[in-house]
Design a binder for this molecule. Structure first.
Ligand code: GLC
Ligand code: GLC
Length: 624
């Protein structure tokens, strides 16, 4: 055996030994009582070994590189861009043509939204997957995908793809065999012979899509089964209590990792474990599974990190970032849903008290081996995740405030600047979620004159500057760098008309992008603003995600104050959420550790007047 081969084996054995304590106790707890458990463990280790053996040499080199600099995803040069391939530029080939554009913007992380082969027809934007090992033929082939992954790597950009763990399409080969009565594959799903268990479960379950996919089960008379379908009828929930499912998904993960994926976005993870009498969300076993999956990646594809999609309340979300029992061992990234919701809440009320309260009381100032994916908009709707307790802490009614936010962003509240669309109105709970693009929700669509356009542009840039200053990877959703407004064309598409989330999933406006360097349009102004924000972020070491993030009361309800505590000194982010000028005492700013009164963002001294720091409408400054 050649010497290099055995050194390679050594690396695997060392990584296995390193992560074994993170992996096996989880599996013991989840599956240890089953008679087939020893065989499963053996198969799993074999699969990991094979994943490593199949891993291309350049990716093994990347594994080593990232082992040596494990903070690679926490650095301030990280900035993400998220898009549907077809809506961006048609196909994977089209993506290659636009890498210069992304690089110009300052992007170092690209999330290709669902790109694996979906079911035909309505596929929930590709989240209903029928084959995890094939690329959606509308976008290209696996070879095209590998070409994109190699091109990104050559430019120092990371690649993120979705891995849907909670369900497969009912057209997936496993589901088809299950439907034909194969007991092995029926064990992959949650199927019931009678409606009794489904009825019991429904008593405590919530509905994700109450409008168009009510209930959590679907009855198929032709199969004679009730099938667990949390999301849509065509999305069959997987049975994670079956270790065969765990093994299958690990094999898929390693397959994708070896195609050059850097970030696996694990979709809808909260729903993976079911327990009678609960909402079946964020059960303890979910975290055991996720820690075990994380360990598998660290063993056989160490360069890969996990982004966990759990759009849940703060206390429920933090464990996905490995807080508590799973400290440092679970997700490397999770969406900062609260920051997003609070941005919109403060923008509507022109008051940062609720935001300051929520962000300062529920979030630790640092995380282990993890950071946030920060965002202002994504492809999904906004749910007004403000608890009654948090609202009460600042003297407002939770119910009233959530209703206000829906009306404000739908565009029906008197005096609002926003224009959005309702999503999944639930008369039972009073819940009204909102769809809408960043620009339309920030007032660009309804702006009647140059002054209102300017305010909308400033709101948008303030949002971009906020997520760039937080600890984490700012994720820019396609079109938001060009302030694209709502696209109502989805109403004419029979596969989309029922789902208002398509209003903020426009097609890329390449004509607007063309003018980005010179035009004075809102699109071009926002593009240049975002490019500048990302460039300043890269140059500002204090924004490294490992540096604590502390939200402090500014004494001025209009202004959010975010302190980043770096070894080199403090950076104080100030964000004015109003269309009025605001002031903060210079002494207060200095007491927080700011000595130079220098704004890293505009690269200028901050305005001072009579001992006050002066902040124009929607100002954003990064003071050092
Ligand atoms: C995730 C996706 C969402 C999809 C759901 C079901 O939450 O972000 O778009 O509808 O999963 O797969
Ligand atoms: C809910 C789910 C999330 C999903 C979204 C789709 O928020 O928690 O996983 O993406 O609905 O709109």
């Amino acid at each position: 055996m050649p010497a290099s081969r055995s050194a390679d084996d050594d690396v695997f054995e060392l990584r296995l030994a390193r992560s074994a304590p993170d992996l096996f106790p989880m599996l013991d707890a989840l599956y240890g009582a089953r008679p087939d458990y020893p065989a499963f463990r053996e198969k799993l280790v074999k699969a990991l070994r094979k994943g490593w053996a199949d891993r291309p040499a350049d990716l093994k080199r990347l594994d080593l590189q990232r082992d040596l600099s494990p903070d690679w995803f926490q650095r301030p040069d990280m900035a993400g861009y998220v898009f549907y391939i077809d809506r961006f530029n048609g196909s994977l080939h089209g993506v290659l043509d636009k890498l210069d554009y992304l690089q110009d913007l300052g992007i170092t992380y690209v999330h290709l939204m669902p790109c694996l082969k979906p079911r035909p027809g309505d596929s929930d934007g590709g989240y209903s997957v029928m084959d995890y090992r094939q690329i959606n033929p509308d976008f290209g082939t696996m070879a095209d995908f590998e070409a994109v992954s190699a091109a990104l790597r050559a430019r120092g950009m990371s690649l993120c793809v979705d891995l849907v763990l909670n369900h497969t399409a009912k057209e997936h080969a496993w589901a088809k065999k299950a439907a034909k009565g194969d007991p092995t594959y029926q064990g992959y799903y949650l199927m019931f012979d009678t409606p009794d268990m489904p009825t019991l479960h429904e008593q405590t379950l919530v509905e994700v899509f109450p409008d168009n996919a009510p209930g959590n089960f679907t009855h198929y008379p032709e199969i004679g089964k009730w099938v667990w379908t949390t999301f849509n009828e065509h999305q069959w929930d997987l049975n994670w209590a079956n270790p065969a499912v765990f093994l299958e998904i690990v094999e898929v993960m390693l397959f994708l990792a070896n195609k050059g994926v850097d970030v696996l976005r694990l979709d809808a993870v909260a729903f993976m474990w079911k327990r009678l009498g609960t909402r079946c969300q964020s059960e303890p076993e979910v975290h055991m599974i996720l820690q075990a999956l994380r360990a598998c990646s660290r063993i056989a594809s160490a360069a890969v990190i996990h982004l966990e999609e759990a759009i849940v309340a703060p206390a429920e979300m933090l464990p996905y970032l490995g807080r508590g029992k799973h400290d440092g061992k679970e997700g490397n990234l999770a969406y900062h849903n609260s920051l997003m919701v609070q941005f919109w809440s403060s923008l509507a009320t022109r008051d940062t008290r609720l935001m300051t309260h929520v962000l300062s009381t529920h979030f630790p100032d640092r995380l282990t081996n993890a950071t946030y994916a920060t965002y202002i908009r994504c492809h999904d709707d906004i749910g007004w995740a403000v608890t009654d307790e948090d609202a009460a802490a600042v003297g407002v009614s939770g119910h009233g405030h959530r209703g206000f936010l829906s009306d404000f962003y739908e565009g029906t509240f008197p005096g609002t600047f926003a224009k959005g669309a309702l999503f999944q109105v639930n008369p039972l709970t009073g819940d009204k979620r909102i769809s809408g693009s960043f620009a339309s929700l920030a007032g660009l669509e309804t702006a009647r004159d140059a002054g209102e356009v300017d305010l909308a542009v400033q709101r948008i840039l303030m949002g971009h500057a906020l997520i760039a200053a937080w600890g984490g990877i700012p994720l820019i959703y396609m079109g938001d760098e060009l302030a694209l407004t709502n696209d109502y064309g989805y109403l004419d598409d029979p596969h989309h008309a029922h789902d208002s989330r398509w209003v903020h999933r426009p097609r890329m406006d390449w004509a607007a992008a063309e003018g980005r360097d010179t035009a004075e349009t809102p699109s071009a102004r926002v593009f240049r603003g975002v490019r500048h924000i990302l460039a300043r972020r890269r140059a500002t070491g204090a924004l490294h995600a490992a540096n604590p993030v502390r939200v402090v009361g500014s004494g001025n309800d209009a202004v959010l104050a975010v302190q980043r505590v770096a070894p080199t000194g403090v950076l104080l982010g100030l964000f004015n959420f109003t269309e009025q000028w605001q002031h903060l005492p210079e002494g207060w700013v200095r007491a927080l550790g700011v000595s130079r009164m220098w704004d890293e963002l505009s690269e200028a001294e901050v305005g001072l007047h009579g001992g006050q720091v002066v902040l124009p409408p929607y100002a954003r400054v990064w003071l050092t």
